[in-house]
Design a binder for this molecule. Structure first.
Ligand SMILES: C[S@@+](CC[C@H](N)C(=O)[O-])C[C@H]1O[C@@H](n2cnc3c(N)ncnc32)[C@H](O)[C@@H]1O
Length: 279
């Protein structure tokens, strides 16, 4: 297996957001898991910056509505997939690399009764196990940063989309190239592969065949969000330590602290890209 891919799996198998942790929290707060509703999961299952509003922004850019067939690249625990199905009536197929997350997504989706409209399949977005021209919209959030060949993932999105289909996604960008020490820290702590600046990333989207319809710089929004998220990770880490289970690996926390600083210094940041496959 490609070492970049192995590293992403290792990282997400030990990630502080997991199905077990989400269910343990819900059990503690409501006593049991019977009759769980999708909206009860949403405060816990969105592994991207900006929560539900970030999903709404993608839904708006990609014109997601009732019955829209959506593929979520790097779907994680299926949080955004369940939200798009529940809020917009979309039919969503997530593609997710890490087996523990695929299993967790299946369990969470079943517990809230959305299994007829949401499924997360195991796969690599550089080689998507879906047929050509079978999907209306591809979305993705904060995940292609782990994918060593982003052009290939974007070409796969283009392939599975019907003519006139839309893509809308967010990802990390590097406004300025990272010094070697930071690049290494991001790789070791968070399995971050090569990053692009906003214009180069938009060019990549165009190079896959899409007409680029919008590019938004999210860096300032992310600065504030990430500072809060760092506090959440600290709390999760304390909780797992207190529960006697191993905390996430230290390299993650070290790199995350540095990441938040780099975003607040606008060296790293975020971009939201949208495009259309010509009809
Ligand atoms: C930050 S999480 C985002 C999860 C989800 N998009 C969300 O917003 O909740 C990134 C996810 O990308 C997945 N991933 C990384 N590389 C991948 C690849 N090559 N193909 C599919 N999934 C991948 C990881 O396993 C992880 O679950």
């Amino acid at each position: 297996m490609d070492p970049d891919i192995r590293s992403a799996i290792d990282f997400y198998e030990r990630h502080p957001i997991s199905c077990e942790i989400i269910l343990a929290k819900l059990k503690a707060s409501r006593g049991h898991l019977d009759g769980l509703k999708p909206e009860e999961l949403f405060p816990h299952d969105q592994d991207h910056y900006g929560g539900l509003a970030a999903n709404d922004a993608l839904a708006e850019r990609a014109r997601i509505g009732k019955g829209t067939r959506v593929a979520d690249f790097c779907a994680g625990l299926g949080g955004p997939a369940r939200y798009l199905a529940h809020r917009y009536g979309a039919d969503v197929t997530g593609v997710e690399l890490t087996p523990a997350r695929v299993k967790g997504a299946e369990e969470l989706t079943r517990l809230v009764g959305l299994q007829d409209r949401v499924r997360v399949i195991e796969g690599d977005v550089m080689q998507v196990p879906l047929p050509d021209a079978s999907i209306d919209v591809v979305v993705s959030q904060e995940a292609l940063l782990h994918v060593p060949d982003k052009s290939r993932a974007l070409s796969e999105a283009f392939r599975i989309l019907k003519p006139g289909g839309r893509i809308a996604f967010t990802d990390w960008v590097a406004h300025r190239p990272l010094p070697e020490a930071d690049r290494r820290l991001m790789w070791q702590g968070m399995a971050v592969t090569g990053l692009y600046d906003l214009p180069a990333y938009a060019e990549l989207v165009g190079g896959a065949g899409f007409t680029v319809t919008s590019v938004d710089d999210l860096t300032r929004d992310w600065g504030a969000i990430l500072t809060q998220r760092l506090a959440m990770y600290r709390k999760l880490r304390e909780e797992t330590l207190a529960a006697g289970t191993p905390a996430g690996h230290d390299a993650f926390y070290e790199s995350y602290v540095r990441f938040v600083d780099l975003v607040n210094a606008a060296q790293l940041g975020g971009g939201r890209f949208a495009g259309e496959k010509p009809g």
